[in-house]
Design a binder for this molecule. Structure first.
Ligand SMILES: Nc1ncnc2c1ncn2[C@@H]1O[C@H](COP(=O)(O)OP(=O)(O)OP(=O)(O)O)[C@@H](O)[C@H]1O
Ligand SMILES: [Mg+2]
Length: 272
């Protein structure tokens, strides 16, 4: 493992070793389930460039979390492969960080200790400073000595986000990270995420059910089919950056939302 400073130039230098380009080829995942196999992903071919911000939309159960889990190295492909910078993904690695759909905090550790796990994992020689920075970023400085059970669901999720970001990963895998947050906190977190992304140029795969959020954040949007999941719409987001919430009134925003919604509604109807 490498030792890093949180100085952006040093982080960039570390990340130069990992470009963060992701590719999947004929990726399929089948879960055996009481003798009845569940095909979670079907023949998924994806190419995501280094530094790209990609949002994934799709109906419940279509395999979005499974896709992220394969890229994180937590779930094995049944057939086909996933690659990071041309290397087959076979296990987790500190250059890939995941924010889970439900928080995954260690209940016996405080907020500070949970966030510090990230910097400690990558042997950050300024782990305390880095932890302070991310505690501040998610607005939980006052709660640093609290335990997860003493926090609201939204606060727990913010700790998980801080922990994942505090490793300055080259690939950030985010599974509906803001779904449990109230509207205002969600907007603040979206802004923070875009700032961090601009600063460190991470590749981001961001799963959401919120089309507005996907358009506000992304360079590109993937819409997945109903189960078994495959990509049925792959569309560039033409809206210029930097963006403000005013883009919600932009005709290009409305047109992009219409195209995504058409497919999402069609796919969601297939669940009935
Ligand atoms: N560990 C597992 N064992 C068995 N089946 C699983 C497992 N994980 C996921 N599945 C099944 O794979 C399919 C895809 O699940 P996944 O969690 O990837 O969907 P999703 O798109 O993330 O859904 P949601 O939007 O509800 O979070 C579902 O049918 C689910 O039941
Ligand atoms: Mg999911």
């Amino acid at each position: 493992m490498t030792t890093i400073n949180k100085d952006p130039e040093t982080i960039r230098a570390r990340n130069r070793k990992t470009l963060g380009a992701i590719k999947t080829e004929d990726l399929e995942v089948i879960f055996p389930s009481n003798g009845l196999d569940v095909m979670a992903l079907k023949k998924t071919d994806l190419t995501i460039s280094s530094g790209e911000f990609v949002c994934i939309l799709g109906p419940s159960g279509c395999g979005k979390s499974t896709l992220l889990n394969v890229i994180a190295g937590f779930v094995d492909a049944t057939s086909g492969s996933a690659f990071l910078d041309g290397n087959k993904i076979e296990s987790p690695g500190s250059e890939r960080s995941m924010v889970f759909q439900q928080h995954s905090l260690l209940p016996w550790k405080t907020v500070r200790e949970n966030i510090a796990l990230g910097p400690e994992l990558i042997k950050d020689n300024e782990a305390t400073k880095t932890t302070d920075h991310f505690l501040d970023m998610v607005g939980l400085k006052k709660f640093e000595h609290h335990y997860p059970e003493q926090l609201s669901g939204g606060m727990q999720q913010r700790v998980g986000i801080a922990r994942a970001m505090a490793t300055y990963p080259k690939v950030l895998l985010m599974d509906e990270p803001f779904g449990a947050l109230d509207y205002q906190t969600r907007l603040v977190m979206q802004e923070h995420l875009l700032q961090l992304w601009a600063e460190f140029n991470s590749t981001v795969l961001f799963v959401t059910h919120d089309t507005d959020e996907a358009i506000f954040l992304s360079d590109r949007i993937l819409v997945m089919s109903a189960s078994p999941g495959r990509v049925v719409l792959d569309i560039e987001n033409p809206l210029p950056r930097p963006r403000t919430q005013l883009i919600f009134t932009d005709p290009a925003f409305i047109e992009l939302k219409r195209r995504c919604m058409e497919i999402i509604i069609k796919e969601s109807m297939q669940l009935r």
